[in-house]
Ligand binder design. Structure first.
Ligand SMILES: [Zn+2]
Length: 110
């Protein structure tokens, strides 16, 4: 499918639901970074983060949950475990490397 993301009109609410379902579908069984999700679904990484936060909340109490593999420093192995927000960090607090493995997201059964 091509061209469907080119329109400048505001997205109708149902389009948001469709994107959310597409993201949830993409995350079934595999882990993807926000960048990979943005490429697959055709929205910005920032929009992906917003959708992920919504999916995270909407899955509470359901049969699945959003599994987040925390970002990690490629240089020294430091893991960003304490991040509450679903955003990727800029640099490592230990060695100050900017080579950070993005957080990965997956939807798994409870
Ligand atoms: Zn580091």
């Amino acid at each position: 499918m091509t061209g469907r993301h080119n329109k400048r009109e505001p997205l109708p609410a149902e389009r948001h639901d469709t994107i959310r379902h597409e993201i949830m579908h993409e995350l079934g069984g595999i882990s993807l970074s926000a960048r990979e999700i943005s490429e697959k679904v055709g929205i910005s990484e920032k929009a992906v983060a917003d959708h992920l936060e919504h999916i995270h909340r909407s899955l509470a109490g359901s049969t699945g949950k959003l599994l987040v593999t925390p970002a990690a420093c490629i240089a020294c192995g430091f893991v960003f475990r304490k991040r509450e927000r679903l955003k990727k960090p800029g640099r490592c607090p230990v060695c100050h490397s900017e080579h950070i493995q993005d957080p990965l997201y997956s939807i798994i059964p409870r």
